[in-house]
Design a protein around this ligand. Structure first.
Ligand code: NDP
Length: 464
């Protein structure tokens, strides 16, 4: 795909209001390979006006017709699957097979799920003598991160469109090309002009302008807790709705009696996937004291198989490269035992990090509390189930987690007591229809499936 030098607004590519640009860097070798325009408040304003002008018409479009347009969008994405994968590999650094399976495959599946949900969702119900209408919220400002760049876009835009909302998207500055590709597929799918608009740009400029815009009704944000807090404050001042999908420090709890080799193997794979840049990654592995050293040895062996450049890519940018290796240094400094990886970069050029495993991590350590967002696993020992539960629930986050046990009922009973939005039991498969989102500081609201759709609706009651 040839990068666009304008913004996709009101159904067309328009010149940007300003002259600043953003360099797009390949994190594998630090080469700048494209530039895109850096949007200003004027671009955001033009995009919001287009979305507002399109809103009534799109909201009044019968759900079956909205569903047909989303199905066409899904088809347009599927037709460009290889190009999506290549684009994400170039700007994020993920190995191509992973980009094909996940960075392209997942958003195509999610778009498909909303084509179905738009057609079947109960937008009206009768309660006593009331007809309750579930109506679209209005103009949505979507601000997305770089870690699963197209998935994060589709997980907001598809349900918003299904609900009858119109959208202005500000994607991450590191991954703007797949966002431009997405805008092209929206165009190919024949969505009416103004229903979807794209402004590439920097967070504190374009992102801030979008979050603060008085004609945006709902801001849906995924990213760091620090920026999420700021966005919630800005949106709260204008009494607009927010949906926040923030960080995590999820626990992988391996109970006595579990298949240890399987639990550790899947746990390491979960952390190393996407170079550890997954908000729901199980970055804390909790193992009973009796089998602790066995688990540590298994994890170190499993991590060594993640050869940088083969099974695992670089981290996204220079800032994250510094930050992730800073956390590894902090782990060593605070007394954790390094059993795989470390601070040495495996290659001279590019933002490479060695897959790293720490043992003897205690719950108070920085690496057991803060989100690292890199290929770094912390293994903690627990004494009994109550201790495991205290450790699992003992962070400010609550996004995801896992429980392994010999007895499924015991694992489910433990999962019920975890303060977290999702728990996989004995390696339960990812479900793209299950609500995804956080307890505590991991966020507000849910994405995916029918729960993701209701985020974009508001209710009206008619009594008769
Ligand atoms: P940010 O939270 O800064 O970025 C997420 C999105 O918000 C990007 O589009 C960004 O734009 C935008 N943004 C940044 N500042 C503002 C602002 N003031 N107003 C409005 N929008 C803004 O994440 P980072 O990329 O800096 O990553 C830092 C850390 O955040 C990671 O190490 C990780 O811990 C966490 N994170 C969590 C994610 C998740 O999935 N929950 C995803 C990504 C990061 P721009 O790209 O220009 O900065």
């Amino acid at each position: 795909m040839k990068p666009h030098d304008g913004m996709y607004i009101d159904g067309d590519w328009r010149p940007a209001a300003g002259t600043e640009t953003i360099d797009v860097v390949n994190p594998a070798d630090e080469q700048v390979f494209a530039t895109v325009p850096a949007g200003t408040a004027a671009d955001v304003d033009a995009a919001v006006r287009a979305a507002r002008a399109a809103f009534r018409g799109w909201a009044a479009t019968p759900p079956a017709e909205r569903a047909a347009r989303i199905a066409a969008l899904r088809d347009a994405l599927a037709a460009r699957r290889d190009e999506i994968a290549e684009t994400v590999t170039a700007e994020l650094g993920a190995p191509l097979p992973f980009s094909q399976a996940v960075h392209a495959g997942l958003p195509i599946a999610v778009a498909g799920s909303y084509a179905e949900l738009a057609a079947t969702h109960p937008f009206e119900e009768r309660i006593g003598n009331s007809t309750v209408l579930h109506e679209p919220v209005g103009v949505v400002g979507a601000i997305t991160p770089w870690n699963y760049p197209l998935h994060q876009i589709v997980a907001k835009v598809a349900p918003a469109l299904a609900a009858g909302c119109t959208v202005v998207l500000k994607p991450a500055e590191d991954t703007p090309l797949v966002a431009q590709l997405f805008a092209e597929t929206v165009h190919e799918a024949g969505l009416p002009a103004g229903v979807f608009n794209l402004v590439t740009g920097l967070g504190p400029v374009a992102g801030q302008a979008l979050a603060a815009h008085e004609d945006v009704d709902l801001v849906s944000f995924t990213g760091s807790t620090a920026v999420g807090r700021q966005i919630a404050a800005t949106a709260g001042a204008a009494v607009k709705r927010v949906a926040l999908e923030l960080g995590g420090k999820s626990a992988n709890v391996i109970l006595p009696g579990a298949d240890l080799a399987k639990a550790v193997g899947v746990g390491v794979a979960n952390v190393m996937s996407n170079t550890g840049q997954t908000c729901s990654a199980w970055t804390r592995m909790l193992v009973h004291r009796d089998r602790y050293e066995e688990a540590v040895a298994l994890a170190a062996t499993a991590a060594a198989k993640y050869v940088p450049g083969e099974r695992i890519g670089p981290v996204v940018n220079a800032k994250q490269h510094e930050r992730v290796r800073g956390y590894i240094a902090k782990g060593v400094e605070e007394g954790a035992r390094l059993v795989a990886g470390g601070t040495d970069a495996p290659r001279e050029r590019g933002y490479w990090v060695s897959p790293t495993v720490f043992a003897d991590v205690t719950p108070q350590m920085t690496i057991a509390q803060e989100e690292i967002f890199g290929p770094v696993l912390s293994i903690l020992a627990y004494e009994d189930e109550e201790d495991a539960l205290r450790i699992a629930n003992g962070t400010v986050y609550g996004l995801a987690g896992a429980v392994w046990a010999g007895d499924e009922a015991a694992a489910v009973a433990f999962a019920r007591r975890m303060d977290t939005g999702q728990v996989d039991i004995n390696g339960g498969r990812f479900n793209p229809l299950a609500p995804f989102g956080g307890y505590k500081q991991s966020g507000v609201g849910r994405e995916l499936g029918p729960h993701g759709l209701t985020e974009y609706l508001q209710t009206k009651s008619l009594q008769f």
